[in-house]
Design a protein around this ligand. Structure first.
Ligand SMILES: Cc1cc2nc3c(=O)[nH]c(=O)nc-3n(C[C@H](O)[C@H](O)[C@H](O)COP(=O)(O)O)c2cc1C
Length: 184
């Protein structure tokens, strides 16, 4: 039986978190569920996982540069924003959440987010101090008020060596939350 993601088009934003490796598994899960994934990475994300990994897993070119020559005349951020059925950022850094909350569009990922009218879901990942900082909490609260689904990062051991909230939700949990976007 075809699942709810069968034939869906997902734009997956990957940002500069140590949890970027989890996005690789997420692409595989989307693909197994019958969805097509177009990955857009921030420059910081490319320090953690190479675009080559995502290009191979998603079987599509990875979008990196807002000023790259587009396939046709439509700017890359507009075509990706219109192409997708949902926009997911996993992992979502504190920096990217701040950009999205305040409408900054200085890179390709944030431009796609601003141009996109489809349902959006963020899977935050960061150090517990960054997560608990009122600036971060306010940014995510603002995004939630605007209808963006913000997953709650589970507590646990963090890459920085301490324990606390801020771990990126596991790829299977992100998949289930994205299915929930389409079930609404
Ligand atoms: C090793 C390392 C791990 C990092 N992990 C995170 C993280 O999990 N979450 C986060 O918000 N920032 C993290 N950062 C900081 C971001 O990479 C930095 O704020 C960057 O500017 C984010 O840019 P972006 O949101 O455009 O990808 C990390 C930095 C380093 C060097």
């Amino acid at each position: 039986m075809a699942g709810i993601l069968q034939g869906r088009k997902i734009a997956l934003g990957v940002t500069g978190s140590i949890a970027a490796y989890k996005a690789c598994e997420l692409v595989r899960l989307f693909s197994k569920a019958g969805a097509e994934t177009a990955v857009v990475m921030t420059e910081a994300a490319t320090k953690f996982v190479t675009p080559l990994v995502f290009r191979t897993l998603s079987r599509r070119p990875v979008a990196l540069d807002a000023f790259a020559e587009p396939e046709n005349w439509v700017p890359g951020h507009v075509s990706l924003a219109d192409w997708c059925d949902a926009f997911v950022v996993a992992p979502c850094t504190a920096h990217t959440a701040a950009k999205l909350a305040h409408g900054y569009a200085g890179d390709l990922l944030s431009s796609v987010a601003l141009a996109c009218r489809r349902p959006k879901l963020l899977a935050p990942a960061m150090n517990a101090g960054m997560w608990e900082n009122p600036a971060t909490q306010d940014n995510f609260a603002l995004l939630r008020r605007r209808g963006v689904v913000v997953m709650t990062p589970p507590e646990g051991e963090l890459a920085c060596g301490v324990s606390g909230p801020g771990r990126m939700p596991e790829p299977a949990a992100v998949l289930a939350a994205v299915e929930g976007l389409f079930a609404r």
